[in-house]
Design a protein around this ligand. Structure first.
Ligand SMILES: [Zn+2]
Length: 237
């Protein structure tokens, strides 16, 4: 059977002499593995389709348990990502996010969020950490791990009015010092401020963006079991 999918190429692993095993994130079916033949030969026609961040329409031949790329057409080239290290790493973090937390089965909102964020990383080449933080914040929501940060979730006052803020990693709620119960974790007020600014679309300093990246990585590790390794590379940039 032949199928056509819109896909972002996440990962290619060498296979046999000239082939690769690709992991694609597709609009129609979420994560999919597919073999692509002969792409390590010089002048291979489909080489572009085996490159990271290739966004294209892939035609796959699907048998019982495996898919092979027959042809591909590039929809958009994200070539500029290679010209800016921070853009490249932030796009890599999104790719890692999809590889680790994406699932089989189409998820159009997550697919569109990823494509639109990578598009902006490719073209704008500034505010990259902000774009990544916004991606993670929205993607967590789509995956059912949304963070409630419109002030303290109990008394609804801004959580940063008190000296410290708290976060309940179980329920994903921001809490003020008054309302925090045993089990809530004390977090930097800058992080609490950053979460609220993110929700409101306010400015966030470079230092706070790093706090947010660390915070989200800890949250991802607790909720889904694995952090994003790329974030370690992004923090010092
Ligand atoms: Zn409160």
């Amino acid at each position: 059977m032949e199928i056509k999918v819109n896909a972002l190429m996440l990962k290619g692993v060498d296979y046999k002499d000239n082939d690769k095993m690709l992991t694609l994130y597709t609009l129609e079916s979420g994560l999919m593995g597919a073999c692509i033949r002969g792409v390590k030969k010089a002048n291979a026609k489909l080489k572009f389709a085996s490159e990271p961040f290739c966004f294209g329409e892939y035609v796959l031949s699907v048998n019982a348990d495996r898919a092979t790329v027959i042809s591909a057409t590039e929809i958009e080239s994200f070539y500029n990502l290679r010209l800016n290290i921070l853009s490249y790493y932030c796009a890599t973090a999104i790719s890692e996010f999809l590889l680790k937390y994406g699932a089989e089965g189409g998820d159009e909102p997550l697919f569109m969020l990823a494509i639109n964020t990578i598009k902006r990383l490719n073209f704008e080449q500034n505010d990259q950490k902000r774009l990544l933080v916004e991606f993670i914040f929205s993607a967590l929501n789509l995956l059912g791990y949304g963070i409630k940060c419109n002030g303290c979730s109990k008394c609804h006052l801004p959580a940063h009015l008190s000296e410290y803020s708290y976060f309940d990693f179980g329920s994903g709620e921001l809490l003020c010092e008054e309302c925090a119960e045993a089990g809530a974790t004390r977090i930097l007020s800058a992080t609490a401020d950053g979460l609220q600014s993110l929700l409101l679309g306010d400015d966030i300093s470079a230092e706070t963006l790093n706090y947010l990246l660390k915070f989200f990585n800890y949250y991802l590790e607790l909720k889904i079991g694995e952090p994003l390794n790329t974030i370690k590379e992004i923090l010092p940039l």
